[in-house]
Design a binder for this molecule. Structure first.
Ligand SMILES: Cc1ncc(COP(=O)(O)O)c(C=O)c1O
Length: 378
């Protein structure tokens, strides 16, 4: 009987390494509230991302990081005279529901822009036509480790005086000629969820340009408390605890190795699947990537994406229809948004499947997965 293979597997350090890292917590009993490990991880991440420590704040997860930075920019505070939400944010529906939910939960209106066939990120040529006098920001999403056209987005944002917040949940560690993408836009949020290339079990971070924001973000994630007798903002609770930070400290020591291992698996998939008729691959050759996901598109008349998904499932291989449906198609949004406005995203969502990829996935398993796919699509 073949074993189950899931689409991802959380990366964990050796047990001994983690235990050594958390041992002193039994002496200090300082297990949350921005303790030494939280601060150490911030330092390590700023080195890794090539930014200053004053430009990063850790969070309990990526979603809270996004909600918090939207709030810190006060994007949702203005209303028009009919009491309707005034501010519009240009974003894409080809993302995890977190992006759209964060925008709506902060009182803003998502305006969905279509994506590019080539890399699934926002089509920068379609942004300008969606800008109105209500537009306050662009929240583009780096997808699967493919980064948006940051230079073009920057030009548009400058021209119309818009904030840019990247949802970089998928793009941890992706660099351009050695320089981290974290330095683009007014801010980028990262997710350190267990399923991501780098994890702190649950966790996230915001990287921001204006270092004055660090204190605001730190206060916001701690109920808005500015000192024991003062609460200046109506903040929430979104602090990363010390056990999570310790997991991050350990995992970050091995990140480069883990990305290299992912690349070997990625290359194997490319080698095995490139010539398969009816399959469209996300070939990152010549681009920098973190090999976070291995998406394929099934563009064939006689076999659907769902049929291939089921065939893999029959063989205990659990791929994921990611992203499907579009966020604009979910029950809570479908009456308000028309997915035919983003036809490329809608078509890709019908075809997409992400295949298992994680650092210790065996190459024989990749072969087995590819054999099943090739046989089904023959
Ligand atoms: C594109 C995207 N945005 C936001 C998030 C939210 O991150 P988190 O799960 O850490 O809250 C995720 C992942 O879960 C994601 O994939």
């Amino acid at each position: 009987m073949s074993k189950k293979i899931f689409v991802t597997k959380a990366t964990m350090p050796d047990m001994d390494e983690y235990f050594k890292e958390v041992e002193d917590l039994w002496d200090t009993h300082w297990i949350t509230n921005m303790g030494p490990k939280h601060n150490r991880l911030e330092e390590m991440l700023s080195e890794y991302l090539d930014i200053e420590k004053e430009n990063i704040a850790l969070f309990v997860n990526g979603h809270q990081a996004l909600e918090c930075i939207i709030e810190a920019f006060e994007l949702g505070t203005e209303k028009n005279n009919k009491g309707e939400l005034k501010n519009e944010v240009i974003t894409t529906p080809f993302t995890f529901v977190s992006t759209t939910n964060a925008i709506v939960r902060k009182g803003l209106k998502p305006i969905f822009c279509d994506i590019k066939e080539s890399d699934y990120t926002i089509d920068e040529n379609k942004i300008e036509s969606l800008i109105t006098d209500k537009t306050c920001a662009i929240i583009p999403v780096h997808v699967y480790g493919n980064v948006c056209n940051v230079e073009a987005i920057e030009k548009i944002a400058e021209k119309y005086d818009l904030k840019v917040i990247y949802d970089a949940a998928h793009a941890f560690g992706v660099k351009k000629e050695g320089v981290s993408y974290a330095s683009y836009g007014d801010a980028s949020i990262y997710s350190f969820h267990a399923t991501k290339v780098f994890n702190t079990i649950e966790g996230g971070a915001v990287v921001f340009k204006d270092r004055e924001m660090k204190q605001t973000l730190n206060n916001w994630k701690n109920f808005g408390i500015t000192d024991p007798e003062h609460v200046e903002y109506i903040g929430g609770n979104a602090k990363m605890n010390e056990f999570a930070a310790a997991m991050g400290i350990c995992n970050l020591r091995h990140i480069d190795d883990n990305i290299k291992k992912r690349k070997i698996i990625y290359d194997k998939y490319i080698e095995r699947l490139s010539d398969t008729e009816g399959l469209l691959l996300n070939n990152v050759e010549g681009k920098e990537s973190n090999y976070a996901y291995f998406p394929i598109r099934i563009d064939k008349t006689n076999v659907s994406r769902d049929e291939l998904f089921e065939e893999l499932e029959k063989n205990k291989i659990y791929s994921r229809k990611y992203f499907y449906p579009l966020t604009s198609q979910y029950d809570c949004y479908k009456d308000e948004f028309d997915s035919s406005q983003t036809p490329i995203a809608r078509n890709i969502a019908e075809q997409i499947l992400t295949l298992p990829i994680y650092p210790d996935l065996a190459l024989e398993d990749v072969d087995r997965i590819c054999d099943i796919i090739c046989k089904k699509l023959k």
